[in-house]
Design a binder for this molecule. Structure first.
Ligand SMILES: NC(=O)c1ccc[n+]([C@@H]2O[C@H](COP(=O)([O-])OP(=O)(O)OC[C@H]3O[C@@H](n4cnc5c(N)ncnc54)[C@H](OP(=O)(O)O)[C@@H]3O)[C@@H](O)[C@H]2O)c1
Length: 338
């Protein structure tokens, strides 16, 4: 008998689309994590679909439009089979380290047209505000996003890196299908307010960087091992003494992986699914990979169940992590909760 290796589906928020319970982050295919083998990346996209992974995640900021353009042939071949998510609002410049935020009406209007053109489609299934700028009220930003839904350019709305209070305020303007923020064994600040608010409102959670940007998989131990220009070399938790201390924290992850005949990556992903059950909300992690064999490994994690004592052993990890998750925490929801 052949084993069914297709992952289960879940409703992405109240009234949202049905998607595979794990999505695919495409950011690394165009930028941030070193050289990409294009053929392998394209094979990964096909392998994802074959495994039942339908939530495909990109943003206009990734490669400054290149990631959306890269996805266009895949989108053209499989438009009806996928739930296509992209984002606006994180503004880049020729300086690769520069980040700005724009959420005003005129900017959103231009951004959606640019994303639709680059992706080669006439509708975006899930359109996220990548970062919130408190200077622009949700009545304006989500108001304009709601207008795009009315016009049929966008099907569902999402927010990234918002606090619980911000989610409630935005939701009052228009229903939000999903919040996408960093959530992993190493990054649990969202559990303070965003996750409880999402659970209460019936909003799905899409944990980004669920593998701690690869660190939780054990495939790199510190910034020194990364290739030149890799974005992770700027992240405080991957450099110097912090990296050394954080590496030691991974021991229980390795032990639990061994007990399951699994990999640390799979344990990190299984934890994300089970942690969401504790909070009572649908969750669709979007691990990023450019390799078909890792895609298979990651989706297989949806069939792992961690025992109570294993969850207990993983519980203290996040509190022990040394170093922030971004070089500039001002761009995170956590900064507005302090
Ligand atoms: N909303 C936001 O602000 C925001 C921010 C960051 C990311 N994101 C989204 O979230 C997605 C995922 O986050 P992420 O890519 O930053 O981090 P991640 O998923 O935690 O980790 C990705 C890294 O792990 C490696 N990896 C993946 N599967 C592996 C496995 N089974 N074994 C060993 N290594 C493995 C990948 O390398 P290979 O590619 O070489 O396999 C890559 O270096 C992104 O692609 C993006 O779509 C959103």
């Amino acid at each position: 008998m052949t084993q069914n290796t297709t992952i289960e589906q879940v409703e992405l928020g109240k009234g949202g689309p049905l998607v595979g319970i794990q999505g695919l982050g495409c950011m690394g295919m165009s930028e941030f994590y070193g050289e990409t083998d294009e053929a392998a990346a394209r094979a990964t996209l096909e392998a994802a679909l074959a495994a039942g992974v339908t939530l495909i995640d990109t943003a206009d900021a990734y490669g400054r439009g290149r990631n959306e353009e890269f996805l266009a042939p895949f989108v053209a071949a499989h438009r009806e089979e996928i739930t296509l998510a992209t984002k606006f609002g994180l503004v880049r410049s020729d300086d690769p380290r520069h980040r700005g935020i724009r959420n005003d009406r005129a900017y959103i209007r231009q951004a959606v047209e640019d994303s639709l053109r680059r992706l080669g489609t006439d509708v975006i299934d899930l359109y996220y505000m990548h970062r919130y700028d408190p200077a622009v009220p949700f009545a304006e930003s989500v108001g304009e996003m709601a207008q795009l839904v009315q016009e049929g350019k966008v099907r569902h709305l999402g927010l990234s890196e918002v606090t619980g209070a911000e989610l409630r305020e935005a939701y009052a303007v228009h229903p939000i299908a999903a919040v996408q923020s960093e959530w992993s064994l190493f990054s649990r600040d969202v559990e303070r307010s965003a996750v409880p608010a999402a659970a209460e409102l019936g909003v799905a959670f899409v944990p980004y960087s669920p593998l701690g940007r690869g660190f939780l998989t054990g495939t790199f131990a510190s910034a020194e091992e990364l290739s030149e220009g890799d974005f992770r070399a700027q992240q405080p938790r991957f450099t110097g003494d912090n990296a050394k201390a954080n590496r030691a924290l991974l021991e229980p992850v390795r032990e639990i992986a061994k007990a399951h005949g699994a990999t640390p990556a799979q344990i990190a992903l299984a934890w994300a699914q089970q942690r969401a059950q504790v909070h009572g909300l649908p969750v669709v992690p979007i691990p990023g990979t450019r390799k078909p064999e890792r895609l298979a490994e990651n989706t297989a994690a949806t069939r792992i169940t961690l025992a109570e004592q294993e969850l207990a052993a993983l519980e203290p990890l996040a509190a022990g992590v040394a170093g922030d998750r971004y070089p500039n925490m001002a761009f995170t929801s956590a900064a507005r909760e302090a």
